[in-house]
Write a protein that binds this ligand. Structure first.
Ligand code: GLY
Length: 383
């Protein structure tokens, strides 16, 4: 039988790559996904916060718009995926409390809330009594906080297997041979969704931004003693705590401009000290895992979505930095629309096209690059 090239080859089986594969296969396209170690990248470390409000930072207005758009797609995406895969993905909607431990911490938090409210984002300051009504386990020292009711969470360690199952059920095929260079891949369209690996494959400017993360477990198989995602400022340190029904609490994360995956005692100490200052009871929890992942950052910290400059048949879906999980639905929809749309580009993509970096020094054409894609060391995006 003659070899029939797939319509779409996706390089990278993290959440973004798998969601694109699922969406494309569901539209009847023949899809192959290439990854020697699916789901082993940064999504394995990520906490899974869907936080367009709490992560709306100064100077990132276009990115905030995309985060908000994608978060708005999450409820339906979660329902569809749960149905397609037949598994629970740990999607929770209790919302996020952002708290400040000291007066200085609160002043810093309030400045960001004012900015977020100015953008029309739903962040509601709470009196200390209201805060404690919502989360009695918060330390008495916590000076104040706010509710970001629409900032939800999902469990990435459930999400990725569910996406793989959904993609395979829709007809996508997973291939575990490493992709050495993009010219090795034969397909109508190649989608590069290989996280930090995109730099080696395309020459585009993706840099690793290390994050160290801890996993704790509440005693005796009980759920954690708090329900909301807690994001806090504690004596100048920023920390988040993400509770799961299973009893797990994810505590993160450092933000380091380096590319190793070592876990340092100092980082563990700082994260735990900040976390325990906010929620004293977690000092009694088991510390069950320490890990590090690499966020794929770009020069403006926004993702690159769209054609690789000079290669209209290669689409990039990368550089999601701190927002890979929340941006998964919108990325999958936009890239799928681009593939199926007969050349028309969805307007939402315009600010995020990779060509905005084409004139940066050092950006080279894909075919000139021959490095091997190894997701076990080069990782996909996380949140
Ligand atoms: N968005 C959470 C993190 O990057 O740590």
């Amino acid at each position: 039988m003659p070899f029939l090239a797939p319509d779409v080859a996706v390089v990278g089986a993290g959440p973004v790559g798998l969601a694109i594969a699922w969406r494309c296969a569901a539209r009847g396209l023949r899809v192959v996904v290439h990854d020697p170690t699916p789901g082993s990248g940064a999504s394995h470390v990520a906490a899974g916060m869907l936080a367009p409000v709490a992560e709306a930072y100064f100077g990132e207005q276009e990115l905030t718009g995309l985060l908000t758009e994608s978060a708005g797609r999450w409820p339906e995406f979660a329902v569809e995926l749960t149905e397609a895969a037949g598994t629970d993905i740990g999607y929770r909607t209790e919302g996020t409390l952002v708290v400040g431990l000291t007066a200085d911490d609160l002043a810093e938090a309030r400045r960001l809330w004012a900015y977020q409210q100015g953008l029309g984002l739903p962040v509601t300051p709470l009196r200390p009594s209201q805060l404690r009504e919502r989360e009695p386990a918060l330390a008495p020292r916590v000076r104040g906080g706010a509710l970001a009711a629409t900032d939800h969470q999902v469990d990435p360690r459930r999400l990725v297997p569910a996406l793989r199952l959904a993609a395979e059920r829709a007809g996508a095929v997973l291939v575990t041979e490493p992709v050495r260079r993009l010219s090795d891949v034969t397909a109508g369209v190649t989608v590069v969704a290989a996280g930090c690996g995109v730099a080696a494959l395309t020459g585009l400017p993706v840099r690793p931004v290390k994050g160290q993360v801890l996993r704790l477990r509440a005693p005796d198989g009980a759920p954690p003693g708090f329900r909301h995602v807690i994001r806090g400022y504690a004596d100048g340190e920023q920390v988040y705590l993400v509770p799961r029904h299973s009893g797990e609490v994810v505590v993160g994360a450092t933000v380091e401009e380096r590319s190793d995956l070592d876990v340092s005692a100092g980082a563990v100490l700082r994260l735990l000290r900040a976390a325990v200052d906010l929620l004293p009871e977690i000092a009694e929890y088991d510390l069950v895992e320490t890990s590090a992942g690499l966020r794929p950052g770009t020069p403006d910290n926004a993702p690159m979505l769209g054609p690789l400059p000079g290669h209209p048949d290669v689409l990039v879906a990368a550089g999601h930095h701190r927002h890979g999980i929340v941006l998964t639905p919108v990325t999958a929809d936009l890239i799928t629309d681009l593939i199926c749309g007969g050349g028309s580009s969805p307007p939402l993509l315009a600010p995020f096209r990779p060509e905005r970096f084409a004139n940066l020094p050092g950006v080279v054409a894909a075919t000139a690059v021959g490095n091997t894609f190894q997701p076990s060391t080069e990782v996909d995006s996380w949140n």
